[in-house]
Write a protein that binds this ligand. Structure first.
Ligand code: DAH
Length: 328
């Protein structure tokens, strides 16, 4: 009687376990068959009615049935766990052959990267970055910089005047005056910015372009300091020591004045104007020219960008063609 019940229980349990397809379901089956109040316990409760001779063999059979169910549960648990892992892996599989999603990366415009490079060099030499407005008065653009009233640069041919009598600055030398008027020597500034000229646009000219100006005023500064500063700057800018020459020149705001040429790929290139700050300029901002001297220079940013990146036409820097700009 109990034998038949045990055999049927075993049969039923194994069929149910084999059919199970989830771990939770398996746990329910375990409780149902082997738990304290499970079916096996219930069958074994009938053992009390057995004679002492029958008990050992039924007990042994009950153990065999229990072990068989346990074994099947264990095996099924392993199978289901393995299946779960395989399913997880299948979901997480990456197809490395799929085409990627292209993200456009921002880039520095060659004008900005040229300015940044130059500023880094001057900041490394102890200079401070200074800026000024693009709309200026005659005073800051010309008068305080020692341009005589009838200087040709003041002509409408060269300078863009605004209807109210102001003008668009033709150079960053304006920042020299603005900074000196507000600060006492010693000073060392580097001033980047946009400037405007009434120029006909062609491959080397633009009506709007950028300059970088540097100015140092202190006691005892000489032309040697100017030469040394310019040479170090050019060496850092081009990344190697190149032949540099200073040619005598003229600017209203410097005396003496010079043009600087650098030899790059076998050609002499004119890269900046410079000089000792004219005593009249120092006087205009209230500095005593008997005590202080100044060194200054101004350079065209586009000129450097064109040469250093071997660009053939200045207009490419201004027409925002992404096919061009993405090369940098
Ligand atoms: N301002 C001049 C220009 O636009 C460049 C220049 C020359 C600036 C000599 C200077 C300098 O500071 O000393 O052509």
């Amino acid at each position: 009687m109990l034998e038949t019940q045990l055999a049927a229980l075993r049969e039923e349990a194994i069929t149910a376990i084999t059919a199970a397809d989830a771990l939770e379901q398996l746990e329910q089956l375990r409780v149902n068959y082997l738990g304290k109040k499970g079916q096996l316990s219930q069958v074994l409760r009938g053992m009390g009615k057995l004679s002492p001779e029958e008990r050992p063999s039924i007990g042994a059979l009950a153990n065999v049935v229990k072990e068989a169910i346990q074994e099947n549960l264990e095996k099924k648990r392993k199978d289901l766990q393995e299946a779960q892992i395989q399913a997880q892996l299948a979901v997480e599989t990456l197809d490395v052959t799929m085409p990627g999603v292209y993200n456009h990366q921002g880039r520095f415009h060659p004008i900005n990267s040229t300015i940044d490079r130059a500023l880094d060099i001057f900041v490394g030499l102890g200079y401070t970055v200074a800026t000024g407005p693009e709309m200026e008065t005659d005073y800051y653009n010309f008068e305080a910089l020692n341009f005589l009233p009838d200087h040709p640069a003041r002509d409408m041919q060269d300078t863009l005047y605004l209807p109210d009598g102001n003008l668009l600055r033709t150079h960053t030398s304006t920042v020299q005056i603005r900074y000196m008027a507000e600060n006492e020597p010693p000073i060392r500034i580097v001033a980047p910015g946009r400037v405007y000229r009434r120029d006909t646009v062609d491959s080397t000219h633009s009506a709007v372009f950028h300059q970088i100006e540097f100015l140092a005023v202190d006691e005892g500064l000489t032309f040697t300091d100017l030469k040394g500063t310019v040479k170090v700057f050019l060496q850092e800018m081009f990344g190697e020591e190149l032949p540099v020459r200073f040619r005598a020149s003229y600017f209203p705001f410097t005396e003496p004045s010079a043009e600087v040429d650098v030899q790059w790929k076998g050609k002499w290139l004119e890269v900046m104007g410079c000089g000792m700050v004219d005593p009249n300029v120092l006087k205009a901002v209230g500095y005593d020219p008997e005590v202080y001297t100044g060194i200054a220079a101004g350079l065209g940013v586009e000129r450097f960008a064109l040469v250093m990146h071997e660009i053939d036409d200045i207009r490419r820097l201004f027409n925002s063609d992404l096919r061009f700009l993405r090369q940098f």
